[in-house]
Design a protein around this ligand. Sequence first.
Ligand SMILES: NC(=O)c1ccc[n+]([C@@H]2O[C@H](COP(=O)([O-])OP(=O)(O)OC[C@H]3O[C@@H](n4cnc5c(N)ncnc54)[C@H](OP(=O)(O)O)[C@@H]3O)[C@@H](O)[C@H]2O)c1
Length: 298
Amino acid sequence: MTAKNVLVTGANGQLGREIKSLTSKNDSIFRFIFTDVAELDITNVAQISDFVRQNDIKYIINCAAYTAVDKAEIDIETADLINAIGAENLARVSAENNCYLIHISTDYVFDGTSNTSYTEDMPVNPLSAYGKSKLKGEKGVQKYDKQAIIIRTSWLYSEFGDNFVKTMLRLMNEKESLNIISDQHGTPTYAADLAETIISILNFSESNEWQSGIYHFSNQGETTWFGFAEKIKELAKIKRCILHPISTKEYGGSTVNRPMYSVMDKSKIESVFQIVIPVWENGLGRCLEKYFSKGLTE
Ligand SMILES: NC(=O)c1ccc[n+]([C@@H]2O[C@H](COP(=O)([O-])OP(=O)(O)OC[C@H]3O[C@@H](n4cnc5c(N)ncnc54)[C@H](OP(=O)(O)O)[C@@H]3O)[C@@H](O)[C@H]2O)c1
């Protein structure tokens, strides 16, 4: 049996790199082809089309995105180009070539006014330019590729790239004290756990019918940015920095409206793909272990 070709876009980002570190060149079922903007720009539909045909792509995993939430407010055009048009381009090419597309979206499509965890069918109402651009991307994907899978995730971090965990580690080692927002509730997601889930979906789909639709994935449990920071401090055994909980209003450092509550219900993805999702503290522990075992080189 020849291996199926899997295109991963945005592969130099947090999620792309976690997928790369999970996959092997000797996999007999899948052959992964990792690209980032230099090799394949998702805003260029002709380039995607040629690439997919020339490489006989069967699955597409879209990890490419404009993820600078604050910057998106003043650079709406670029955020839309990558998150909306780019996603739509991939969906068009995927449908034309009978590929299976897995597209990644965000909890920021919600406005955070719910007081129960968000299921996939609850109304969306993004507050930020980033959230709006990602929602346009979801809609474009659904319009052009009816069989696509869309996975919404939240508060993503990894040993790779820039993220809250690495920023906290740096600041906690530099500063005597830090003010951290304690009234935004959500769930941190270890990108390696999302990567593993994506691989599980590919494996599942080789022996079961493809299950299109929107899914929610984060780690289990919930916390606030302050709770997340406290756990990072505890697990990293940092003694000196004092953490102060503050409200979003008091923080005032960002002009972006973020959902005050964005915990997502994961029961659909768990039951459809028969996966078990670790709690967020467990994911954080594994990420820090890996990060420190590499001697803080990244
Ligand atoms: N990070 C979070 O907290 C978070 C939360 C919820 C959902 N998500 C979603 O999860 C997914 C993965 O996020 P991530 O944190 O892994 O993102 P990331 O680290 O920012 O990686 C995105 C990658 O896409 C690349 N890219 C940008 N424009 C491109 C283009 N036109 N063509 C091809 N590649 C392009 C980026 O390159 P450059 O770096 O050169 O721009 C980067 O390497 C995204 O869909 C994101 O919206 C993320």
